[in-house]
Design a protein around this ligand. Structure first.
Ligand code: FAD
Length: 464
């Protein structure tokens, strides 16, 4: 009974936490000073995958993970469950940063990463409700249709064919996802729908079995070369990895490294087969449309909608608080948007609403790296695309830390340093203005059907 009471607060974090099997009672905190080879801060997917691949590469390594709450507490346990090949920086941007070949290699690595997650989950017996049904992006206005065509054209310019991304006609798009106002869309097979908390908690078990020490309820106060400091002890290690994503600004010296922006979600009750016959999403492709203010959804394994979007405000000083997960106005807007898309939903009840911080770097380019002089590694800045990218980060960090030469360590995001965000209140003004402009641009496009110049301007300003 005691265990249940202790675990209850974590169950209410999201639909996924509520439905993950096993206990969410936190494990023991760090008991005192200790020595390790690698010390990792944060037990989200970045920290968990990094520990997983390090332990696999060299089982003799002593690996310690310190997590402030429980493994999977952060974005990793709460997300939309799109295990996609999306990377926050576009192909042209990566080509400008590095080269065309490097951009292509990055995209191919992302395709491979989707399958890697599925393969490891299956091999390790983690039932994360994996369904590789791809992604259907609906175009529901002429402006969105133009963007769909532009995206496919861009993929072609980089040598990716129909097998990676193809344009859908209206009938075909509607067949996949029976939404209203569909004029066409795009389809990529490179995405799986997953239950993210099942993956996170499953990985925790796997790495514990492999000998990794994961200390929960252990906040790291400082990261320094060769050590991390917690209230109950210091972990000394040759390598220290920062895997704190949206929470990073809370660490001394990292206040302006990423901006935590909230993404919010709702889940409905399970819908009856007759409703799904009308809606489709057979094979559980993830879905969205091509509006500016991002929305994303999946049909869960138990036949609910899990549906999310941006729109919650960014908070001054990059602060992150549990209360920011709950924005009733955004939940209501999500419910309305879902009903606009799929009126067959009827009066279906929303059973869960939640949110969490994503980490946005100033140049919207995720990065992974290891500073050889300090031994400090990092990965993050995934924006809304971390479910698979964290796996690539974990494999890359394992290679960097063990000194293994590989194609992964030559990918263009390795060693990339995003600039700091502006000091406040400029950061607050810029990010919230950006959110408002995206929402305004969507309303303009819905009225006029034409692409909004406003959104393009803001996108350039923010560097997205
Ligand atoms: C609502 C929502 C929907 C999303 N949907 C998708 C999606 O569908 N597809 C996709 O690809 N991405 C999605 N994302 C983004 C994705 O979830 C993240 O990019 C990814 O999970 C980041 O993993 P992480 O391990 O780097 O960070 P997190 O999962 O946030 O983990 C960081 C961990 O570090 C811990 N921590 C922080 N500071 C400290 C400290 N000082 N000491 C100790 N521990 C600390 C935290 O408690 C946390 O557990 C979504 C995110 C949200 C919030």
């Amino acid at each position: 009974m005691y265990g249940m009471v202790r675990s209850d607060p974590y169950r209410s974090l999201s639909f996924w936490h509520d439905t993950v099997p096993g206990s969410l009672a936190p494990g023991d905190p760090l008991p005192g000073d200790t020595q390790a080879d690698v010390a990792i801060v944060g037990a989200g997917f970045t920290g968990l995958w990094t520990a997983y691949y390090l332990a696999r590469r060299d089982p003799s390594l002593r690996i310690v993970v310190c997590e402030r709450e429980i493994a999977g507490f952060g974005a990793s346990g709460r997300n939309g469950g799109w295990c996609s090949a999306l990377f926050p920086a576009s192909l042209p941007k990566l080509a400008r940063m590095a080269s065309r070949d490097a951009a292509v290699a990055m995209q191919r690595a992302m395709y491979g990463t989707v399958d890697e997650v599925g393969t490891v989950a299956a091999a390790e017996g983690i039932d994360c409700h994996w369904a590789k049904g791809g992604t259907v992006m609906l175009a529901r206005s002429p402006a969105q249709l133009e963007r769909a065509k532009a995206e496919v054209d861009e993929a072609r310019e980089f040598g990716f064919g129909d097998e990676d991304l193809r344009l859908l006609g209206a009938a075909e798009a509607r067949e996949l996802a029976g939404a209203t106002g569909v004029l066409g869309g795009t389809y990529t097979p490179h995405c799986a729908a997953i239950h993210p908390a099942r993956l996170a908690r499953g990985l925790l078990e796997v790495i514990r079995r492999a000998g990794v020490s994961v200390y929960e309820r252990t906040p790291v106060m400082r990261i320094e070369p060769g050590q991390l400091v917690t209230p109950t002890g210091t972990v000394r290690a040759r390598h220290v990895v920062r895997a704190t994503e949206g929470y990073t600004p809370g660490l001394p010296g990292h206040r302006r490294a990423v901006a935590p922006v909230y993404s919010l979600m709702i889940a409905t009750e399970p819908l009856p087969p007759a409703v799904w016959d009308e809606i489709g999403l057979a094979g559980r492709p993830t879905f969205s449309d091509l509006r500016h203010l991002i929305i994303y959804g999946q049909r869960t394994a138990d036949d609910r909608f899990a549906f999310g979007g941006r729109g919650a405000p960014y908070h001054l000083g990059s602060s992150v608080r549990p209360s920011y997960d709950q924005v009733p106005g955004v939940f209501a807007a999500l419910r309305r948007t879902l009903a606009e898309l799929f009126p067959a939903l009827g009066e279906a009840r929303v059973t869960h609403h939640w949110g969490g911080p994503i980490g946005i770097p100033r140049d919207w380019c995720a990065s992974v790296g290891l500073d050889r002089s300090t031994g400090i590694g990092w990965a993050g800045g995934y924006v809304g695309d971390g479910v698979s990218t964290t796996n690539l980060a974990g494999r890359t960090l394992a290679d960097l830390i063990t000194g293994t030469d590989s194609d992964l360590i030559r990918l263009p995001w390795v060693g990339h340093r995003s600039p700091d965000w502006e000091p406040e209140p400029l950061r607050w003004l810029g990010l919230n203005a950006g959110l408002q402009v995206m929402s305004l641009a969507d309303r303009q496009e819905a009225r006029s059907g034409r692409p909004s110049a406003l959104a393009e301007f803001m996108g350039r300003f923010l560097g997205g």
